[in-house]
Design a protein around this ligand. Structure first.
Ligand code: HEM
Length: 501
């Protein structure tokens, strides 16, 4: 210290004094200081960064361990609480609550003008009102052939791989399928990932490999700036083919946006409605300014991210659970054969939605989705009561959906994949406990598209193929939470034998 110039000594002393003040304040005087949790977490957010980044513990395990130790509500960071009691879910995520999102989690996406990341309720509502018509149930039902075309191409790839004597990597394959659907749906330009040999799409690898950067960005704003301001050529020099694939996607999206901005009437030639029909429609914006080019690009990127991993993971894990039970697989196939007797004449989405067992395997697949983020919301200034606790305004609160969907108090034998629970007399009462798409004003924009993809894909996979898992490589869905699960174990490898009739 003695070697430093005086102004630097004063600055360093000021920083130390400020940090000491914050720690003492957080520990003893903060409005949340009475809530239980580790002292480190109460003192500074760096505790969570240390646990996740240095110790390498997944956030979903941290939450579980802390609830085991401290009870129903934990202080996981100085200004943040997480709740274990399923009752809390409805208190936080419901249609009456117009709460903002907490910026820290969402800044990591570096897309603060896109629907997912707009933290303010009002800004997000305006954007979602604009996009909703494209993702409504009616619009999706109309565009189901687009989903089907991509599923047909995926099934062709499965058939080819079988003919070559290969097991298909469905962990990659389902992600490729979801990527192709979301890109053709949003932009009328498919990524064509399912056509890459063995589903080894660099773009799909890239979206997965980028997930850990979300955790870094949540903890350190500087990292987000670093990613944003590093020029492409520098990043390419430092990076792998994976980074190049992401840039190629960004460049393709930018090119399309540039073309449309230069020549808006080109939208009239699009094969079907795409996001820019809504995002650039003055009527949809009711006199408000149209989104900037940056906002269009951020929205496009976020839609690709939100619509690919989520659907890909649900499909992979649901297929894995079905194939691990010969009885479930047979029952599902029997139902599909009855509703779809000629394999070359697939039923429409509307008909598939009416099949009870297909619906049950899908709902149970969604229920058992392995894990994901707790979605942090800011309590409004007047405060709120959550699961019986009075919470002061300004506090950040959240509950990961697994605390509802995997709770024994809500679902008996919650650890088991039991589609039959959705066929029992009391199944309707369980419906409201499927919270995987979140509830309230910030719930999933793509829920109708996701259901359409999942119904069609599951039906086609199990009606058109006989599936057998590679017993030498049993799938392992161990994951680390980086907003969505980042799987670290063996992929799902399945031999998909085409059924002729
Ligand atoms: C099984 C598939 C899916 C699951 C489990 C899922 C889950 C979720 C969840 C939990 C949220 C709330 C996020 C938050 O509060 O920050 C959300 C929001 C969102 N989802 Fe999905 N999603 C799925 C599919 C899709 C698809 C296919 C799209 C494509 C359009 C999509 C687009 C979005 C968008 C844009 C938001 C932001 C909404 C907002 O912040 O108001 N999702 N999704």
């Amino acid at each position: 210290m003695a070697h430093l110039p005086l102004f630097a000594q004063i600055f360093a002393g000021g920083v130390v004094a400020w940090c000491a003040y914050r720690v003492v304040y957080n520990l003893y005087f903060h409005p949340l200081s009475n809530f239980p949790g580790p002292r480190g977490a109460a003192a500074t957010r760096l505790w969570l960064a240390y646990m996740e980044l240095y110790k390498g513990v997944s956030l979903h395990l941290i939450r579980m361990q802390l609830h085991d130790k401290y009870g129903d509500v934990i202080r996981i960071a100085p200004n943040e609480l997480h709740f274990a009691n399923p009752e809390a879910h409805n208190d936080i995520y419901n249609s009456r609550n117009k709460w903002d999102k907490d910026y820290r989690t969402y800044r990591a996406f570096d897309a603060d003008t896109a629907s997912l990341c707009l933290t303010s309720y009002h800004d997000a509502k305006q954007r979602k009102d604009v996009l909703n018509p494209l993702f409504s149930r009616t619009a999706i039902t109309k565009l189901q052939d687009l989903v089907r075309t991509r599923i047909d191409m995926f099934c062709d790839a499965l058939g080819r791989q079988y003919a070559e004597g290969k097991y298909s990597d469905l962990t990659l394959g389902c992600r490729c399928l979801a990527m192709d659907i979301i890109t053709s749906f949003c932009f009328a330009q498919s990524a064509d990932a399912t056509n890459v040999p063995d589903f080894n799409s660099e773009l799909v690898h890239a979206t997965e490999e980028m997930l850990p950067t979300l955790t870094l960005g949540t903890h350190f704003q500087a990292f987000v700036w670093f990613i944003r301001y590093t020029p492409q050529w520098v990043a390419l020099r430092m990076g792998s083919p994976v980074i190049a694939a992401l840039f190629r996607l960004q460049n393709r999206l930018t090119e399309q946006i540039d073309d449309i901005l230069r020549n808006p009437s080109s939208l009239e030639n699009a094969l079907h409605p795409i996001i820019y029909h809504e995002l650039l429609s003055p009527e949809a914006h009711k006199g408000r300014p149209l989104p900037s080019k940056r906002s269009l690009l951020e929205e496009a990127t976020i839609l690709v991210g939100s619509g690919s991993d989520t659907v890909g993971i649900t499909l992979t894990t649901t297929v894995a659970r079905i194939v691990s039970s010969p009885q479930i697989q047979e029952k599902l196939r029997a139902e599909l054969r009855a509703a779809w007797p000629d394999v070359n004449e697939p039923p429409r989405y509307e008909a598939l939605q009416k099949l009870p067992f297909l619906t049950a395997v899908l709902k149970e697949g969604l229920r058992m989705f392995p894990g994901g983020p707790a979605l942090p919301r800011v309590v409004p200034p007047e405060g709120a009561v959550i699961a019986g606790f009075a919470i002061p305004g300004g506090a950040v609160v959240s509950q990961c959906f697994t605390f509802v969907q995997h709770a024994e108090s809500v679902f008996e034998r919650a650890d088991e994949y039991l589609p039959e629970r959705w066929l029992a007399g009391d199944a309707n009462s369980l419906e409201s406990s499927i919270v995987i798409f979140s509830k309230g004003p910030r719930s999933c924009l793509g829920i109708n598209l996701a259901y359409c993809e999942l119904y069609l894909a599951l039906a086609h996979i199990f009606r058109r193929f006989e599936l057998a898992v590679d017993i030498k490589r049993s799938p392992d869905f161990t994951f680390k939470e980086h907003f969505v699960p980042y799987f670290t174990g063996e992929h799902l490898h399945v031999a998909c034998k085409p059924l002729d009739s």
